[in-house]
Design a protein around this ligand. Structure first.
Ligand code: RIB
Ligand code: CA
Length: 303
């Protein structure tokens, strides 16, 4: 069983991760929780997508908008609501009718962990704020998670990866929560980029589900204006649940919260605090991209 915690609606790869999951029947997705900035709009996007897959049995739960300590990032071109809540770029007014659960994401996570001890893998493809609040609310229940799989962090080269940078305090809390953790790093995920040909392939899939995603994808391409190719960080992370696309090394990882290294992770030096975790160290990136494309195309597998 997995719970997917996502910041769907900003970068495009979360939507591809959710879509890919809909084509992997061997993964038992029991809920999607949303995190960061405007969880309500994100929940409506996820819900609308699940509906197109006829998977309204999977509940969507809105979580925590604000990081534990720092302010949220809002790009100059983004619009805000009167109370300062940012609008999510891939949220469209026609998604307004889509419904998500009333229960808060943090309570849903804790309820499920209580009900299914040592059976649930928590998969985070956004900042770790929801998981950190779940831990702070009930550490003993949180420890009933079987494993955490997290897209985040860069081990080498002093770089603060986005999902940690958005809420470093939450990352530290989750790292220290005594749940086995596997991270799929920026170094490996960033190799999973779409070529021009991949983009054309994806855009040519005209199922209702992919038409929904391709509208978001087109906006992403326009907003991104060629600055970088679309990168499938989050789909790869989900893909590691079912196939050996990455090799992992067990290492002692240190996270820094202060100074110039804030939000960075690296191998712990002698005497530093650390968490032992499995860290992706390489990736069969082309193999993964072909896997993803075939999944998106294969309507037979949609449950
Ligand atoms: O650094 C990559 C992560 O940030 C991914 O989860 C991607 O979706 C972006 O939000
Ligand atoms: Ca993400």
């Amino acid at each position: 069983m997995i719970i997917l915690d996502s910041d769907i609606g900003d970068d495009i790869d979360d939507a591809f991760a959710v879509a890919m999951l809909m084509h992997i029947p061997e993964i038992d997705l029991i809920g999607i929780t949303t995190v960061y900035r405007n969880c309500e709009q994100r929940a409506k996007i996820a819900s609308a997508l699940l509906k197109l897959y006829n998977r309204e049995d999977i509940g969507v739960y809105a979580g925590v908008n604000k990081p534990i300590k720092q302010a949220i990032y809002i790009a100059p071109y983004e619009t805000k609501q009167p109370d300062g809540t940012p609008n999510i770029p891939h949220y469209y007014e026609d998604m307004n009718e889509s419904v998500y659960k009333e229960q808060h994401a943090v309570d849903f996570i804790l309820d499920m962990l209580e009900k299914h001890p040592n059976e649930i893998t928590l998969v985070a493809i956004g900042p770790l704020t929801n998981f950190a609040y779940a831990y702070m609310k009930s550490p003993d229940v949180f420890k009933k998670a079987k494993q955490i799989v997290f897209m985040g962090g860069q081990i080498e080269g002093n770089y603060a990866e986005w999902n940690i940078k958005c809420d470093p305090e939450a990352a530290k809390i989750v790292f220290e929560a005594s749940v086995p953790i596997k991270i799929v790093t920026l170094e490996t995920t960033k190799l999973c980029e779409f070529s021009e040909e991949d983009i054309r392939f994806v855009q040519s899939i005209n199922t209702p589900q992919m038409t929904f995603i391709n509208r978001m994808f087109q906006k992403w391409l326009v907003d991104n204006n060629g600055r970088r190719p679309p990168i499938m960080y989050d789909p790869l992370t989900v893909g590691t649940l079912v196939q050996d696309f990455c090799e992992f090394e067990r290492m002692k990882v240190h996270i820094t919260l202060e100074g110039k290294e804030r939000a960075m992770i690296r191998r712990a030096k002698e005497g530093e605090s650390f968490t032992v975790m499995d860290v992706s160290i390489n990736v069969k990136h082309r193999e993964f991209i072909e896997y993803l494309k075939q999944k998106l195309l294969d309507t037979k597998e949609i449950i």
